[in-house]
Design a protein around this ligand. Sequence first.
Ligand SMILES: Cc1ncc(COP(=O)(O)O)c(C=O)c1O
Length: 389
Amino acid sequence: MKKSKRLDLIPPYLFVKIEEKKAELVKKGIDIIDFGIGDPDLPTPAHIFKKMHEVLEDKDSSNYPTSKGELSFRKAVADWYKKRFNVVLDPSSEVCCLIGSKEGLAHLFFAYVDAGDRTLVPDPAYPVYKIGTLLAGGEPYFMPLTRENGFLPDLEKVPADVLKKAKILFVNYPNNPTGAVADPEFFKKAVDFAKKNGLLLVSDLAYSEMGFNGYKPHSVLEVPGAKEVAIEFHSLSKTYNMTGWRIGMAVGNREAVAALATIKSNVDSGAFKAIQFAAIAALSGPQECVEDNNRVFGERAKILIDGLNLLGWKMDQLKATFYAWVPAPKGETSSSFTEKLLEKCGILVVPGSGYGSAGEGYVRMAITLPKERIVLAIERMKKAGIRFS
Ligand SMILES: Cc1ncc(COP(=O)(O)O)c(C=O)c1O
């Protein structure tokens, strides 16, 4: 049977290969210290589980949900946005429930991108922006994120002929994989740019609650008038350690929310209602669990960065996300450094080049493992003579 040409456009998902490699080594009895996929190792808070248990066997939980989500869920999202960002959202038209934000992001392309259209995609970036564009027949234009530009895209450098065909501008701060953050001035610039060029501004805010040492990330919707052009994708995955539950939301521009809901209603039937009810408990319940998470991740981040700096790196402490974007030592590529760490130290990291060509020369380390393992990783690197030079 002949497969679609579309399938040839896309590689196996980055982490599929990495997980296969890990399984192979574990099978050989090697103790792998895993800084790979960013999946919180901390438990979902107890009050969220409690709600899930309560609603699991309800008759109301088990029939078809609507793809846009229960009104009670959308109201909880709107209340949370008001409390957290002082952003007012209409739950009936400006909020859509998602089966995780990856689902929503991937479906959005089918509402906005036709063959030949361009999307403005950061490089490096979460792979879905590029792959979603390709699946919809579009062509991504990559905006390099470098140390020199503070890992913020230089919007003025997008060529006019690209802009003419461009439909979407993506921003993702706090950023995966670089851990960079954006201030409200950058978001204002992005909103103005989207307005001037007739673009849909897509803000991926998956890491909004993961800030350290007093840093609190911003929403693009805090910019006055942003809703005219912006849709923001959010998720409970990282905030409440709920990656496997698959629950998130798209909020903002009502036309974009409606367009996404149209696609969704034709291809999925929404998130399990019991999960939506548990998510309401997460969003409207006590938020100390978020601070507790940040305390743990903040402490781990400091151990990693201090440890790397003792080995010659000159890294700043993390402000947000649980990703350290670590430059490879001189003479090493992303891949060769990844292989060296794995072979000499049993340390699994993700090559930066997997997130785009501008990620070459870096590896990403996710601190989703206990601090003792981070200390051990630094010890192994020291013993193996791995230093930054
Ligand atoms: C930047 C970014 N956006 C979106 C997602 C998707 O999160 P989820 O589908 O779990 O909501 C991730 C997950 O790692 C991410 O890093």
